[in-house]
Design a protein around this ligand. Structure first.
Ligand code: AMP
Length: 210
């Protein structure tokens, strides 16, 4: 059976890169709440009685979008998936409990990266708006000058919002790691290694679990 994989880690830990690798290599659905929300930033959620009327306000400030919105996105995606890699969810204990009612998991892994390194990675991250490719001003600048000129920064990768996203991570999402660790199902992978070395560890873990 196709594996059901959960990948956890702070913003900037490399979840996006590694979960894209996993989805590709093991032919799984890639369910990512961050991308789903970015594609629907201006959706009207006012009838859900939330503080703001669209996801945008929460995201641009680095806050979590209300559970009721995110749970529905994940529930819908999971009913259509057999094997999957889930990335960006759960971000708090309430979401972790909700997920338990939606599916079982075969692999739960987290990418461990120090806070200093996370800040460097996020504030230096840039995207090519034409291809969606991700670069870093210092670690991975584009070779092509035309690409370099058109790079943009994600609206929530500014220093102020990054600080807030990491605070939200410490307060809300760290307990989710402890929740899975207490159940004895969490495997931590060193996310500070080069991306290829992280990928080797991720692949070995998934292969040993299936
Ligand atoms: P990401 O791309 O995963 O860093 O997500 C970007 C932003 O989307 C986050 O800072 C949150 O505002 C929102 N978001 C993504 N996933 C969730 C989630 N599971 N719960 C609440 N908000 C989320």
């Amino acid at each position: 059976m196709a594996p059901r994989i959960l990948i956890l880690g702070a913003p900037g830990a490399g979840k996006g890169t590694q979960s894209a690798n996993i989805a590709d290599h093991f032919a799984l659905d890639h369910i990512t709440t961050g991308d789903a929300l970015r594609a629907n930033k201006d959706m009207d959620i006012s009838e859900l009685d939330t503080e703001y009327d669209t996801p945008r306000e929460y995201m641009d400030q680095g806050e979590l979008v209300p559970d009721v919105v995110v749970n529905a996105i994940v529930d819908e995606a999971l009913t259509q998936a057999e094997g999957f890699v889930l990335d960006g969810y759960p971000r708090n204990l309430e979401q972790a409990e909700e997920l338990e009612g939606m599916t079982e998991l075969d692999v739960v892994l987290s990418l461990a990266v120090s806070e200093e390194e996370l800040i460097n990675r996020l504030t230096g991250r840039r995207m090519d708006p034409e291809t969606g490719d991700i670069y870093h001003v210092e670690y991975n600048p584009p070779e092509d000058d035309d690409v370099a000129e058109r790079l943009v920064q994600r609206e929530d990768d500014t220093e102020e919002t990054v600080t807030e996203r990491l605070r939200v991570y410490r307060e809300n999402t760290k307990p989710v790691l402890e929740y899975y660790a207490e159940q004895g199902v969490l495997t931590e992978i060193d996310g500070e290694q080069a991306p290829d070395a992280v990928w080797d560890d991720v692949m070995a873990l998934i292969e040993s679990a299936s």
